[in-house]
Design a protein around this ligand. Structure first.
Ligand code: ANZ
Length: 846
């Protein structure tokens, strides 16, 4: 039944997609949706971009040549704080700054010869896009999955906004500003991603083509723990703890609460309250000095001087506040079992708390009243039974995953499409009034873009804020003045790309998107392993549940490319990064680190492209390291690829010269090695994704050509396929050489009908049958002599294979031919040449 409802919904939705619009010819079985994570339009292409888009471009071009209907879109993750900050600095509007950056970056993309489906471009800061981000918000709201709540939130005091948990690092600092994040209580919007914790976890099994590491990170982030919760009483105030080890309940010797607990409810002495506040402040300052990822200090804590009653034994246990207890995991409170938990042990030792072992070496219960002697499994069942009967505990599953905090008190984002009505409550803006566009901010207001103290800059614009309720009763209302986290924009853009551009003003995404989804290959940085990828999976699952998309998962295969690193020089004493023009001491520290301005180790891709050309840079990036590994950029090594392209030019010139001088085939030669290389390259691109070895194989191919005789059938065959083979790697050179070669290839050649290299089929092993290239003027088999014996002064010195009879007709030609093919045999001037035709022999008298 449920299924049927869903089906109806899909159909209903599909009917909304206007079929009158021209539909792309979609062969779902032959489609490839290849997508790289879209960039933030900072105005400058960096090496990370150059690398990721070189990979996606290579894949897209190859699959296109292999006959797939390829979608390779590009767009701009264009909302966000940096634009706003930059705008305030420069006194221009964020949209102006963003849109001009987009133009600059588009040109930079062109200079790298990235071929994108620009007709599918998305720019998340345009009303035509964010109208549908707002639509998405409303769909979630209508299902009760977008809600508002007072919450202790992460407040970034520098950027003056709240942050999602995912945006706060292990040291409690903002991922953006680096400021120590404060906790504040504010009313915020959340998406109920926790409702999807189980499918998000379970469906990782549907993703065999994702890196294990990424799946592990998501699994840890969702952090599902099963166990039990118990209720302890502190002066009749119930305190719930979560434990994965209910079997250790009789070993509890203390309770540890997080610093964020609600201490108000507890009867603390005035003196304790003071001590507690001092302790919390001291830990906050301490956290701000942490610089590296460090494990929590399990010894730090404060005895609160109050006692909790054990739910099963009635014993009184001391209660502490402890640094290692996480405020927003489970109930923010731990039952301390030092004998069986390392953290608790560290804490107990530091605070002189008793340690009671409750399970012996054989896994049997001890010191646990009536349960003594039972095995753990039995004991757990008994304990839960007992706790449930007395209403002091039950089994419980906890997730580390928090609901997704999506509201931001900033200007440059999609306004939350909600109207607050004193009578109706929060009401979604009706569909026909979307988009809710950002209020214009004049130049003089740029400085006011920043919010302050938790209010959004949008709140200052009364004209914009004050509206009537959509209910039509004329009630005065206010708009929600927060904007959405930019991760909402990128949580559904893959559906927008796949939507027929003609349908964009009518729907968020259409049937064509359903046909083209899911993304076959998604390429991007490992830094998005949790945030973006989890949010995108969540939105896809939500839409799937609504019957709006058929796929449960958005990304079939994930390629996480490694970072591009630059050589960094550091002062050996101070560890300070040295500028390029600073003197380097002999013992200078040299390390490879992610390219960045602050480390003076960045290389500007546009500069290198100007110097060496895009093809060389592309080849180098692909060649230098496997895609998933760090790429250590070394300027000097780039010439290796330059040399390779010179070789390519030279074999092409040889081919042209040979064709111009008649193009007579002098021998067949063997294409076996070329065939094998083509096989390896095809596999490298489509199966093993070992693009670096593919480049090596291209080198091998051209080396093998240089070893072949110009004028051999094998050389000609190899030459005719080389441009197509190279095209996805080095599109510009491939096109130029293709034209050169085709201009001189015989009329009958099957590739002759193509103007653009990318229209040619990608070479396959089958193309390498010599007889198939009938376009090169074949020597008639009968005119070829299998073996010709070469004698010098009457003594046999060598053999020639596959020799054209015509060569033997001309003394000069045969001498030249022998000097070329057997250079060691004929070293001195020849007095007389004697050809013995009936014995296939030639004798040189020297
Ligand atoms: C008692 C106990 C005994 C525990 C034992 C473990 C071993 P994991 O294991 O990561 O899923 N815990 C519960 N809430 C916590 C919080 N807010 N902050 C820090 N720690 C918390 O986490 C569950 C375990 O971590 C729980 O099981 C609890 O310690 C602790 F031999 O309870 B245990």
């Amino acid at each position: 039944m449920a299924n049927q409802t869903k089906l109806t919904k899909v159909r209903h939705f599909a009917s909304r997609a206007l079929y009158t619009a021209t539909r792309r010819n979609v062969h779902t079985e032959k489609k490839k949706y290849i997508m790289a994570m879209f960039p933030y339009p900072s105005g400058k292409l960096h090496m990370g971009h150059a690398r990721v888009y070189t990979i996606s471009d290579l894949l897209a071009r190859t699959y296109r040549m292999m006959g797939y209907n390829v979608l390779h879109p590009m767009g701009w993750d264009a909302f966000g704080l940096p634009a706003e900050n930059a705008a305030m600095e420069r006194k221009i509007h964020p949209s102006q700054w963003t849109l001009s950056n987009i133009e600059t970056m588009r040109k930079q993309f062109d200079s790298m010869h990235f071929k994108f489906d620009w007709d599918r471009e998305v720019t998340t800061c345009t009303p035509e896009y964010y109208q549908w981000t707002q639509w998405l918000f409303i769909q979630l709201f209508k299902q009760g999955l977008a809600y508002q709540q007072e919450a202790l939130v992460n407040w970034d005091p520098i950027d003056q906004t709240v942050l999602a948990n995912e945006q706060v690092d292990a040291n409690g600092k903002s991922w953006r500003s680096g400021a120590v994040v404060e906790k504040r209580k504010l009313k915020q919007w959340f998406f109920k991603i926790r409702d999807f914790a189980d499918p998000l976890l379970d469906d990782l099994s549907l993703l065999p083509e994702w890196p294990e590491q990424v799946k592990k990170m998501q699994e840890n982030w969702i952090g599902k723990s099963t166990g039990a919760e118990f209720k302890f009483l502190i002066d009749n105030v119930p305190i719930t703890v979560f434990t994965t080890r209910p079997d250790t309940i009789f070993g509890v010797t203390f309770l540890a609460m997080s610093k964020e607990s609600n201490f108000e409810a507890l009867k603390l002495s005035e003196e304790k309250k003071k001590e507690l506040n001092e302790y919390i402040e001291q830990r906050r300052v301490h956290a701000s000095h942490l610089t590296s990822r460090s494990a929590p200090d399990t010894t730090s804590g404060l005895n609160l001087g109050i006692f909790a009653t054990h739910p099963l034994t009635g014993e009184k246990l001391p209660v502490f506040v402890a640094d290692y207890v996480i405020g927003d995991f489970a109930h923010g409170c731990v039952m301390g079992v030092p004998a069986h938990d390392e953290r608790d042990m560290g804490f107990a030792k530091a605070h002189g708390i008793p340690i009671i072992q409750v399970i012996d070496e054989n896994g049997n219960m001890i010191n646990s009243n009536k349960l003594d002697g039972m095995n753990v499994k039995e004991a757990v069942a008994r304990i839960l039974e007992l706790a449930e009967k007395q209403n002091v505990g039950k089994s419980s599953t906890q997730y580390r995953l928090r609901d997704w905090l999506v509201s931001r008190q900033r200007y440059w984002g999609a306004p939350i499409p909600i109207i607050h009505c004193p009578q109706c409550g929060p009401v979604p803006v009706p569909d026909d009034q979307l988009p809710v566009t950002l209020p214009e901010q004049g130049d003089q207001d740029i400085n006011k873009l920043a919010g302050s103290g938790g209010t959004s800059p949008l709140a200052r614009n009364a004209d914009w804020v004050n509206v009537k309720c959509p209910c039509g009763k004329g009630v005065d209302c206010t708009r929600d003045t927060d904007t959405m986290d930019t991760f909402v924009d990128s949580s559904w853009y893959f559906l927008r790309y796949a939507t027929n551009p003609n349908n964009r003003d009518k729907v968020a995404f259409d049937q064509e998107a359903n046909d083209l989804m899911n993304v076959d290959l998604y390429i991007g940085g490992i830094e998005h392993a949790v945030l973006h990828l989890l949010y995108a999976r969540f939105i896809q699952k939500f839409l799937h549940k609504q019957g709006l998309v058929p796929q449960k998962e958005p990304f079939q295969k994930l390629l996480a490319q490694g970072m591009v690193q630059g050589r960094t020089y550091k002062d050996p004493v101070t560890d300070r990064y040295l500028k390029p023009d600073e003197p380097r001491p002999d013992n200078v520290t040299v390390v490879w680190e992610k390219m960045s301005k602050s480390k003076y180790n960045g290389v500007d891709p546009t500069e290198v492209v100007e110097r060496y050309g895009a093809d060389v840079v592309r080849l180098y990036m692909l060649f230098k390291a496997p895609f998933e590994k760090e790429l250590e950029w070394e300027d000097q090594q780039i010439v290796g690829q330059e040399r390779f392209l010179n070789k390519v030019r030279s074999v092409a010139a040889q081919y042209v010269e040979w064709q111009q001088s008649g193009g007579k085939v002098v021998k067949n030669g063997s294409v076996d090695s070329f065939k094998n290389i083509v096989k390896m390259i095809r596999e490298g691109i489509t199966k093993t994704l070992s693009f670096n070895t593919c480049v090596s194989y291209l080198h091998k191919y051209v080396n093998a050509m240089q070893e072949e005789q110009v004028g051999s059938n094998a050389f000609a065959t190899a030459m005719l396929h080389l441009p197509s083979l190279m095209a996805p790697f080095t599109p510009q050179h491939a096109q130029v050489i293709f034209k050169q070669v085709m201009d001189h290839a015989p009329q009958s050649h099957p590739l002759k009908k193509y103007t653009y290299i990318h229209d040619t089929p990608y070479p396959s092993v089958e193309d390498f049958v010599l007889a198939n290239i009938s376009n090169v003027e074949f020597a008639n088999e009968a005119n070829v002599i299998d073996t010709v014996t070469v004698l010098i002064n009457g003594k046999k010195k060598g053999e020639l294979k596959q020799v054209q009879k015509s060569i033997l007709q001309d003394d000069e030609q045969i001498e030249k031919y022998v000097r070329e093919t057997l250079p060691k045999v004929l070293t001195t001037p020849v007095k007389r040449t004697v050809v013995v035709h009936d014995r296939n022999m030639v004798n040189f008298v020297c």
